[in-house]
Design a protein around this ligand. Structure first.
Ligand code: F6P
Length: 328
C-alpha cells in the first residue's frame, strides 16, 4: 500500500505573476481539507537549499486571494542548477519530513522540478504561473489574464494622449519569447500594428500600414511590440526608423515593463488558481508525480512536466488577420 502523504511543501519560483498568492492559498487549504500538513518554502529553490521554510495552516493564507506578487517571495537560483545545491535542498526536505512538492512558476521552475524528481525520485507537481502564457498544456497560465488587462488598460490611456497630440506611440509590452500579451492586448486596444516574436512580418509592412492609417484620416496610431519581437530593433530604434521613413509622424515610446507583473489578480486568475491548487494536491494524494496541472476547454487537465517544458504553446495567428481587418 502507498504510504500516506504527511507533508506537502509549496513554493513560487521565477518571475512572479498575479494569482500566485491565490494558488498558494488553494494548495494550503486543500492540504488542510485532506489533513495533510503544509510547509511554505520562501524564495523558491534557493529557499529550499537554505531551509527557509514556514509551517502553513488554513489561517496563514487569510486575505491573500486578491493580492499581487507572492507572499512566499520568488527567486531564480543558480545554486539549484548544481548537483551539490540540489542535494542540500533534498536533505532539507527530508529533514523536515516533507514528502511531496508543489512548484508554482514557468518553464525554468518546471525544469528544476523535473531534474529534482529524476535525481531523488521526489514527487513534484507543477502549477503554471507566468504572465507570458508560454507553457504547453494549458490554455492559460496564472497571471496572464491579469497582465493582459493591465497592458490593455495602459495602452488605452496612452491612446488618450496619442490622440490629443496626433502622435504615434510605440508601446513595448512584456514577452521575451512569446507574443500572447502583445497580440491580445494589441487587438483589445485597437493597435494599428503588432510585432510579436513568433512571426517576423518585416518592417515594410509596418510602414505600409502606418501610411495607410495616416491617409485614412486617423489622428493617432499605436504600435504594440513584444519585448522579444524579431524586427532586430529596439523600440527606440523603431521610433527613429519610423520618423526617418515617415516624417509626417511624431513618435513617442512607452515601455510598460514590470507593472504588467503586479496588481490584484483578475477573477479569472483567482478562480483558475483555486482550481489548479486543488487538483495539484489531489494528484499528489493519488500518487501522481512529474506532472503539471492546467486548463483545456475550461477543464482542469494534467500534462507531464517534460511535455510542458518541451511543447510549444501555439499563438493564434488568426488574431493577426483580425487585427489587420480592424485597422481598416
Ligand atoms: O515573467 C516573464 C517575464 O515577464 C518576461 O516576459 C520578461 O522578459 C521577464 O519576465 C523579465 O523578468 P525579470 O526582470 O524578473 O528577469
Amino acid at each position: 500500500m502507498r504510504e500516506k502523504l504527511k507533508r506537502i511543501a509549496v513554493m513560487t519560483s521565477g518571475g512572479d505573476s498575479p494569482g500566485m498568492n491565490a494558488a498558494i492559498r488553494s494548495v494550503v487549504r486543500t492540504c488542510a481539507y485532506y489533513k495533510i500538513e503544509c510547509i511554505g518554502i520562501y524564495r523558491g529553490y534557493q529557499g529550499m537549499i537554505e531551509g527557509d521554510f514556514i509551517n502553513m495552516t488554513a489561517r496563514s493564507v487569510n486575505h491573500i486571494i486578491h493580492k499581487g506578487g507572492t507572499i512566499l517571495k520568488s527567486a531564480r537560483s543558480k545554486e539549484f542548477m548544481t548537483k551539490k545545491g540540489r542535494q542540500k535542498a533534498y536533505k532539507n526536505l527530508i529533514k523536515h519530513d516533507i514528502n511531496a512538492l508543489v512548484v508554482i512558476g514557468g518553464d525554468g521552475t518546471f525544469t528544476g522540478g523535473v531534474v529534482f524528481n529524476k535525481e531523488f525520485k521526489f514527487p513534484v507537481v507543477g502549477i503554471p504561473g507566468t504572465i507570458d502564457n508560454d507553457i504547453y498544456g494549458t490554455s492559460h497560465t496564472l497571471g496572464y489574464d491579469t497582465a493582459l488587462n493591465t497592458a490593455m488598460e495602459a495602452i488605452d490611456k496612452i491612446r488618450d494622449t496619442a490622440s490629443s497630440h496626433n502622435r504615434l506611440f510605440i508601446v513595448e509590452v512584456m514577452g521575451r519569447d512569446a507574443g500572447f500579451i502583445a497580440l491580445n492586448a494589441g487587438v483589445g486596444a485597437g493597435a494599428e500594428e503588432i510585432l510579436i516574436p513568433e512571426e517576423n512580418l518585416g518592417l515594410d509592412r509596418m510602414l505600409e500600414s502606418l501610411k495607410k492609417s495616416k491617409s485614412s484620416g486617423k489622428s493617432s496610431s499605436i504600435v504594440v511590440v513584444a519585448e522579444g519581437d524579431k524586427s532586430g530593433k529596439t523600440v527606440f530604434e523603431l521610433a527613429d526608423y519610423v520618423e526617418e521613413n515617415l516624417p509626417e509622424y511624431e513618435v513617442r515610446v512607452s515601455v510598460l515593463g514590470h507593472m504588467q507583473r503586479g496588481g490584484s489578480p483578475s477573477c479569472f486568475d483567482r478562480v483558475l488558481a483555486s482550481r489548479l491548487g486543488v487538483k495539484a494536491v489531489e494528484l499528489l494524494i493519488d500518487g501522481k508525480t512529474n506532472i503539471m496541472v492546467g486548463l483545456k476547454d475550461n477543464q482542469v487537465v494534467s500534462t507531464s512536466l517534460e511535455k510542458a517544458i518541451k511543447g510549444i504553446q501555439e499563438i493564434n495567428m488568426e488574431l493577426l488577420r483580425v487585427s489587420d481587418i480592424m485597422t481598416t
